[in-house]
Design a protein around this ligand. Structure first.
Ligand SMILES: Cc1cc2nc3c(=O)[nH]c(=O)nc-3n(C[C@H](O)[C@H](O)[C@H](O)COP(=O)(O)OP(=O)(O)OC[C@H]3O[C@@H](n4cnc5c(N)ncnc54)[C@H](O)[C@@H]3O)c2cc1C
Length: 407
């Protein structure tokens, strides 16, 4: 291939690691590398619940892309992708148009609202740095407003979280730690504040080990979180939600509904005409789209089947980051004329969910269960390992989580 144009869309876990690997492995005379991202920063999607709850400042969550990318080797384009035309090998941006020889689609996820009335309009989502920062501001605004109205409005202090899966539980864990601080700051009696989690399944964290689930529920209930399970959210209004449980409808008045019950791939993928399965591109083993030899898809836009279970792997940063390594290797091979590409096989090292800064649950090394301090430390090790991979020791020292002894 004659000095191809490699274009990477999205600087999240998948796109940024692909680009970092490419800038290391390809010489400037071998390829032109372009990275397109909406913002001039990468954000750690896995930390967004912390900035949403206000336990971690959003500046800790974001990393300037120029801190990890060498802009003399990579052309960094700050713009928004509007559509992809894989037949013409073109990407339409809000302010420009790019052509490519090799494309990496790594545009991440969006919240899935499953057509539930009012969710799009009235619920808050943990899906980007901006949307997370808004949740924090909104909660604080309502706490501040509480004593500024003649008639006290309980809806300002009721926080409803839709979904008690991984993200919902991680968020309420942070929130449970944040509320006492907020109550002190705004002179609010802590017993007035309600954090209510509404979950459709009979248990929280469906799919997790039952013993760990019980531990997580006890930890959160002790900090004031209420769980309503087997309850389907029916409607989200500006001032409350309606849910159905045991065939009966109930409502909760709230000005804050945070929807954390599902994600889907960035809709640009489907809208651009790629063949999709559940909105994602079901990639070949070498991570290319089934239809186009020059399009790689990594991260939450890709669907990778687990042959053992016959079900897709869940969308995780862990898989996005591992897939990025293989995609970068395969792109290098294509550029250098090697026809045999590497097949991607996820290596699941474990799953750890935080329940606030000082508690967590997880499984590691297959089925070893961990919880409490051990799990909290493990979670921080995982976070720090990613920073090290992304930007070396400098980035780790700047953004790493080292506060393990007061966990
Ligand atoms: C609160 C939360 C906690 C999580 N915790 C964990 C965890 O503990 N472990 C784990 O493994 N996974 C976790 N995940 C899942 C993980 O964050 C995702 O699977 C991972 O971020 C996917 O990586 P990605 O590269 O596909 O997308 P992302 O990391 O989301 O990156 C997408 C990038 O594309 C950019 N972008 C989007 N649209 C456009 C556009 N139109 N134009 C230009 N740029 C665009 C975005 O700005 C972003 O930079 C968590 C997710 C959330 C929300």
């Amino acid at each position: 291939m004659n000095k191809p144009n490699i274009v990477v869309l999205g600087a999240g876990y998948g796109g940024l690691i692909t680009t970092v690997n490419l800038q290391k492995s390809l010489g400037a005379n071998q390829a032109n590398i372009t990275l397109v991202n909406k913002h001039d920063y990468h954000y750690q999607s896995t930390w967004l619940h912390e900035s949403a709850a206000g336990t971690l400042h959003h500046d800790r969550v974001r990393i300037p892309i120029k801190d990890v990318i060498n802009t003399s080797k990579v052309n960094l384009v700050i713009d928004t992708v509007v559509s992809i035309d894989p037949k013409e090998k073109k990407v339409v941006l809000e302010n420009d148009e790019l052509t490519y020889d090799i494309l990496v689609v790594s545009l991440g996820f969006e919240s899935a609202t499953f057509g539930i009335p009012g969710l799009e309009e009235n619920a808050y989502m943990i899906e980007s740095l901006n949307s997370s920062r808004l949740i924090r501001e909104h909660i604080e605004y309502n706490f501040a407003m509480y004593h500024n109205e003649k008639e006290k409005n309980q809806a300002r202090l009721n926080i409803v979280v839709g979904g008690a899966g991984f993200t919902g539980m991680e968020f309420v864990g942070e929130l449970a730690n944040r509320i006492p601080e907020l109550c002190k700051e705004y002179d609010i009696d802590k017993s007035l504040v309600k954090i209510i989690t509404v979950e459709g399944a009979p248990t929280v964290m469906p799919g997790f080990d039952p013993q760990l689930v019980e531990y997580a529920m006890n930890s959160l209930e002790a900090r004031g979180v209420e769980f309503i399970t087997s309850a389907m959210l029916k409607e989200c209004k500006p001032d409350g939600i309606v849910y159905e449980k045991d065939g009966e409808e109930h409502s909760i008045s709230t000005l804050t509904t945070v929807w954390a019950a599902g994600v889907k791939a960035n809709s640009i993928v489907e809208e651009s005409g790629f063949e999709t399965n559940r909105g994602k591109v079901e990639v070949r083993p070498d991570l290319r789209s089934p239809e186009y030899d020059d399009v790689f898809v990594v991260g939450d836009c890709a669907l990778i089947m687990n042959e053992e279970t016959g079900r897709p792997y869940p969308p995780t940063a862990q898989i996005a980051s591992q897939a990025a390594d293989v995609a970068a290797q395969n792109i290098k091979d294509l550029v250098e004329g090697n026809k045999t590409l590497t097949a991607f096989e996820p290596n699941i090292l474990g799953t750890v969910a935080s329940l606030g800064n000082n508690d967590a649950i997880g499984t590691i090394f297959g089925d070893k269960k961990i919880f409490g301090w051990n799990a909290t430390v493990m979670k921080k090790i995982i976070d720090n390992k990613h920073l090290l991979k992304l930007g070396g020791i400098g980035l780790l020292l700047k953004k790493g989580k080292f506060n393990i002894f007061n966990s």
